[in-house]
Ligand binder design. Structure first.
Ligand code: KIV
Length: 272
């Protein structure tokens, strides 16, 4: 089921050369079985710090540690053979100094075998991004709605709705590109800003709640599979997995209580 190293894994170059050719397809993954299932359909998988909320039931992404991100990235690397894998640098693991960022990002690459890291931040992180890239750590940046900045942003608000935010985001985008990031996630960005940034930049933009004109799209896989009740505008639900699980588990509970399960075909018998 898991990686046997016979398939060539996508590289940063495979992703960046898709700009202008076709949209990049990506999803989050946190576990080996999910990564194995998504692998043939996506160009890259992001081990997002959203796992804090999706897997661990935390209120925000702030509380997840680098150790946790590393363990989940190892699992995703075991599950996916073809997709490039990116580790999302968690809050507190890169902001203090460029040296801290390199120590933690290089550890992430060394211990997991993933190809790149993602980090939240624009112009303020440009020096750090350049420091990492010059030391062979490929970086995907993340601007617009930055979940790790929820407390300073005053909630999860769509960005780019006024002139000040638009000017800041364009400055951020150019600073990131100049610093050497190969790609940037644009999250929660009101149109037409994400389309404009995509057109202006040479690097690959990946949208989530941004624009259909981004160079690629990403969603949290549990959101698009309909795992949780949600009416988020930017999510298209391609399945209702949460409901399917609910029905299955209810049926199991009823079967156990009424002794329908296990049936004779599920029961081992000693030889006569
Ligand atoms: O943590 C995450 O899952 C993300 C993406 C959705 C972009 O940052």
């Amino acid at each position: 089921m898991y990686a046997d190293n016979k398939v060539r894994r996508n590289t940063v170059r495979d992703i960046t050369k898709l700009k202008g050719e076709r949209p990049v397809v990506s999803l989050t993954a946190y576990t080996a079985p999910m990564a194995a299932q998504l692998d043939q359909y996506v160009d890259f998988l992001l081990v997002g710090d959203s796992l804090a909320m999706v897997l661990y039931g935390m209120e925000s992404t702030i509380g997840v540690s680098l150790d946790t991100m590393i363990e989940h990235t190892k699992a995703v690397m075991r599950g996916a053979q073809k997709a490039m894998v990116i580790l999302d640098m968690p809050f507190g693991s890169f902001e203090q100094s460029k040296e801290q960022a390199f120590e933690n990002a290089s550890r992430a690459l060394r211990e997991t075998g993933c190809a790149a890291v993602k980090l939240e931040g624009g112009a303020a992180m440009a020096e750090t991004i350049q420091f990492l890239v010059e030391r062979n750590v490929p970086v995907m940046a993340h601007i617009g709605l930055r979940p790790q900045a929820v407390h300073v942003m005053g909630g999860y608000r769509t960005q780019g709705k006024n002139q000040e935010e638009r000017a800041q985001m364009i400055e951020d985008a150019f600073a990131i590109q100049k610093a050497g990031a190969f790609s940037v996630v644009l999250e929660g960005v009101a149109e037409p800003l994400a389309a404009e940034i995509t057109e202006k930049l040479d690097i690959t933009t990946i949208g989530i709640g941004a624009s259909p004109d981004c160079d690629g799209q990403i969603l949290v896989v549990e959101d698009m599979l309909g795992y949780f009740p949600s009416n988020a505008k930017f999510v298209k639900r391609y399945a209702e997995v949460g409901q399917a699980i609910d029905q299955a588990v209810k049926q199991y509970a009823d079967d156990v209580k009424s002794r329908i399960f296990p049936a004779p075909e599920h029961t081992y018998h000693a030889k006569k």
